[in-house]
Design a protein around this ligand. Structure first.
Ligand code: NDP
Length: 304
């Protein structure tokens, strides 16, 4: 480990992931497979439009074909499910992402459950969630997978480390805990009903904060020498300015840590890079599964 308070550079690591994905896409194309990601956007949520645009742009940069499907806010659940069924059946589509949130009249769970688990590049289908908790190699939610890559790049072997995850959402906290457990960490998950969360967190070698509360985790929560991953993205008004801050009080926490992610520029860029990685993994897996059993040609990268 280097100097205290080392910044974990999510932009640099995500660029590395994207370079790996670009090479994998080229290898697949050489075998006649063009990885394709379908992105479904329902309604007019401005933030969702920005997220979808960024995903489509990033896909183009790494050579993944993207297909955008925009449905009006009044689209029925049946229409969304019919589109998902069509994409499931299309062998030219390897990944399907339904941008959340969906309009209130559409049940998100039933839409996410309708996606073919082999194409579920967000890793939200119960088959992938279950596989993750059983330690099987499945498509894994992108943000926690990005956090794991940052932790492995920073610490190497995580075995035996005590990790504290603050937050237990299905999207971040729970899959994060499952991934850390699979990496042989001792894992504690804190949530809004936890007693003495500060004292518990202060025992951690690794802290992953996914709470959604600006700067809640201050120096009182951190053991000297801990590695801190801040997943939080919170917009606040401060000194007359609109700022983006994490769940960690960076100024007080950084000097205590061995290493810490900044916000922005930490976990944020990793999420989209891991989405691209999941898409290429899904394409690779579908390519292998569709090849004749005796075929020696359907080989992909080792990560697949
Ligand atoms: P959720 O609101 O779904 O979950 C927040 C979790 O924090 C809940 O489990 C909640 O506990 C827990 N919590 C709330 N208050 C406290 C408290 N005082 N002490 C301990 N735990 C508490 O949020 P998400 O998991 O979706 O997101 C968390 C943060 O990460 C947000 O800032 C979000 O914007 C950001 N995010 C960033 C991404 C990225 O790409 N960088 C991607 C996804 C999210 P309980 O279950 O008891 O209510």
């Amino acid at each position: 480990m280097s100097t205290p308070g080392q910044l974990i550079d999510g932009k640099a690591v995500s660029a590395q992931v994207l370079a790996e994905v670009t090479a994998d896409v080229a290898a697949l194309k050489a075998q006649g497979v063009e990885p394709a990601l379908a992105v479904v956007l329902v309604g007019d949520d401005p933030a969702s439009h920005v997220y979808v645009r960024n995903k489509v742009l990033r896909a183009g940069e790494v050579g993944i074909r993207s297909l955008e499907y925009r449905l009006p806010a009044e689209a029925s659940a049946a229409e969304v499910l019919a589109l998902v069924a069509e994409l499931n059946a299309d062998a030219g589509v390897h990944g399907i992402l339904v941008q959340l949130p969906l309009p209130k009249h559409i049940d998100e769970t039933s839409v996410l459950q309708a996606i073919d688990p082999a194409k579920d590049v967000d890793g939200f289908h119960s088959e992938n969630v279950g596989g993750l908790s059983q330690g099987r190699p499945v498509l894994t939610p992108c943000t926690p997978a990005g956090c794991m890559r940052l932790l492995r790049d920073t610490l190497g072997d995580l075995s035996g480390k005590h990790a504290v995850v603050i937050g237990r959402s299905n999207i971040v906290g729970k899959p994060m805990a499952a991934l850390l457990l699979a990496a042989d960490c001792t894992v504690t998950v804190l949530h809004s009903r936890s007693k003495n969360p500060q004292a518990l967190c202060r025992k951690a070698d690794i802290v992953v904060a996914a709470v959604g509360r600006p700067r809640m985790i201050n120096a009182e929560w951190i053991k000297p020498g801990a590695v801190v991953i801040d997943v939080g993205i919170n917009r606040i008004e401060e000194d007359g300015k609109n700022r983006l801050v994490g769940d960690v009080d960076f100024a007080s926490v950084q000097p205590l840590t061995a290493a810490i992610t900044p916000v922005p520029g930490g976990v944020g860029p990793m999420t989209i890079a891991l989405l691209m990685q999941n898409t290429v993994t899904a394409a690779c897996q579908q390519h292998i599964n569709s090849a004749p059993a005796a075929s020696e040609e359907a080989t992909c990268r080792s990560a697949c």
